[in-house]
Each structure stands twice: as C-alpha cells, then as structure tokens.
Design a protein around this ligand. Sequence first.
Ligand code: MG
Length: 426
Amino acid sequence: MSKNQNISNRSDSAPSPIGEGWGEALPTPSPSERVGERLSPEERLPLSRRNFIRTAGITAAFGLSGIETVFASMKNKNNKSSGKGLVLRFIPYDLQLRHTFTLANSSRKNTPDVLTCIEFEGITGFGEASMPPYLGESIESATKFLSSLNLSQFKDPFQMDDILRYVDSVMPGNCAAKAAVDIALHDLVGKILGQPWYKIWGFDPADAPNTSFTIGIDTPEVVRQKVAEALPYRILKVKLGQNTDREMIETIRSVTDKPLCVDVNQGWTDKQMALDMIHWLKEKGVVFVEQPMPKTAIDDMAWLTANSPLPTIGDESVQRLPDVLKAKGVYSGINIKLMKCTGMREAHEMLILAKSLGMKVMIGCMNETSCAVSAAAQLSPKADWADLDGNLLISNDPYQGVQVVDGKVTLIDQPGIGIGKLQKLF
Ligand code: MG
C-alpha cells in the first residue's frame, strides 16, 4: 500500500529523481473541457510506457535497496501538494428507455439516475446511481445522500478502503448512491494508475463470457421485434413471471433457437409449479433460471434448487456481501449488480467469495448508462454469465464505453472503467 500511496500522488509537479516531473506523465485536462474524455492511443500509451520506463529507470538508477528512499522522498513532496482532497459533483439524469420495460410486477418508460464525478488534482473519475423505483431509491434520496458526504477530508484517493467504509457508514441503504461514489473513485484511481480495473485485478479480458440481451414481457409482435434487435447476441434473457410465460417462450422459439435464460423476478409462488416450469423450460433450451420465487421463500427455494434440472440464480435475494453466504444451499449462483452492492469494491469481494463457495456468478446491471455498465464489465472475465445490456436499453446514453462484439462485452484497454463522454455533463 505504501507504494500505491506514493504512486497515487505522483501528479506532484516537482521534478522526480530522474529529472522529469511526475505531473507531466499524466494527462493534464482542464476540468471543464477534457476531464473524462477518452484518451487517444497517442496520449495513453506514452503514459503507460513512460511510467514503466520511469519505474524501471528508478530501479536501475538506485537499485532495489534504494527504491524505498526514492518513494519516501516523493511522498514527502506530494503531501505538500494534495491538500484539497476529493471533490464530488453530481447531477440528476433521467434515463429514457427504448421500449416500455415490463417485469413480473411493474412497468416503466424511464429510470431515474444521478451522474457523479470525483475530481482530484485535475483528474476526474465518473460514476452513476441508477434507481429503478422498486429498489426504493430516488433522485431525491440520492442527492440527499450525496450532499451529506464530505469527501474533501480524504487527501489520497488510493485510500479506497477508508473512503468507501466512510461512505457506507454515513446512512444505511442508499446502495445505488453509494455505488455512484464507488464507481467514480475506481475510475479516478484507475486513471491515475493509467490502467483499467480488469488489469489491476489481474483478469484476462479474453475470459469474458457472452452477454445476454433482455427481452421484457410484451405482446408477441413486440417480442419478435426485440429478438430481431438482439441479432448480435448469442444468448437472450427472457423476463417471465406472468400468466403469459409459455407464450413468451413459444414466441421467441418461433423466431430463434439461441440459448435462453429466464428471469422470473420472484413471479412464481408455488414450488411444484415452478419445478414443472423449469423442466419445461429445459426442454426449450433454457440454461438457467433467475429468482424464480419470492426472496422470502427461502425453504421453498432451497427445495427447488435441490430438485431443479437447471441452475438457479439469486438476484433480489442477494444484495450485499453477507447475502452470498446466506445464498449457499438456496441458489446455485448469484447475480451481482453494482447498484445493489454499493459498487465495484464490494462486487469484487462478492465474486471472490461466491467462487470460493463453488457458486456460479452472473454480473448483471439495471437500466444504466455506459458508465456503470463499463464498471461492471471490469468484473466480467471471472463471471460465468454476463447480463450487461443496460446501456443498450436506453436512448440517451451520455457516455461511450464497452462494446458488444460477437455477443461478448469486449473490454477495452482504457484507464479506469474505460469510458468517454459524448456530451458536456458537469
Ligand atoms: Mg433479475
């Protein structure tokens, strides 16, 4: 951590021991003009290369025994220059949905959202809180929560553990609002390091699974249209949980034989009926079933999982890290979403814990911009399934980030969460 702390503060403009200012190695955007824009390869690659060369140069010049002295002297300089602390900004942003989005028990045309950014010494990280109404957060609650934070007390963005523990402690709940801070902080720290988070975590982007495209509950005509829109995807996620479940599946099967997964959103209440449906769905080429029963039906769900011919995935049942242990034996796997679990840090912990328990992992999302989707995608190489289409379900995405290529979310070698903005926001 001591090395990271020193590296984190390298934007000090004082000359380094090898004769160049560390600040010059960083992009120097004006906060109002260039902050958050995608860096060009010309800007980005020299940054990484220079950092490497400098690190190598320092090591060569001073020898391994001298490196700590070098870092210590840099830390002292940096302590003088980073007195302002982190600056958090946020704006409400209403996500417009391409199609009316119908789930087992709700329907909507827009999703409330708050966009955030955290600035530190001329570098800006971006975040987002997406708040589908059924989760209980709103633009009002998120702005109240974000207004209550004092991030300026933190002078070093690399102290992520302290910063995010503080954010989590300010008020209970507010998981999406907390995720908006967490994502912006990760983006900021990744940009300071000059590396994307999948690399910082040590993941191979080639391991990313196919991502599914969501087909909401709708009339057969609209369902067929949505299947046509999903052409680049190799797996479709079908929303079930109403009395049209078999019709939905039959309609989709009339136009495609792609593998399907289904999300019942707690819509089935009888365990025997649920088991019969799962057997039928298996015959129809479904590969797993997400949240078939209410999250409170724990014993019924454990019975269903024990007897199901398909894996079961807990979504509404599994929100934060302690829920992973509770899900063991009740579900085959979990659906991790940044908006449920307060962001990338806890999502990473949940991923590691679930894998250690032998459980399947899905990385999911809400209706979100490319900001939160690109943040979640950093985890996808270690997931069994990805459901990261939230940005494609909205018509006013202000960012560009990960792209779907041949059915896969394709991670790009850009620092932080790898997004660029398409319009001026802050
Ligand atoms: Mg779900």
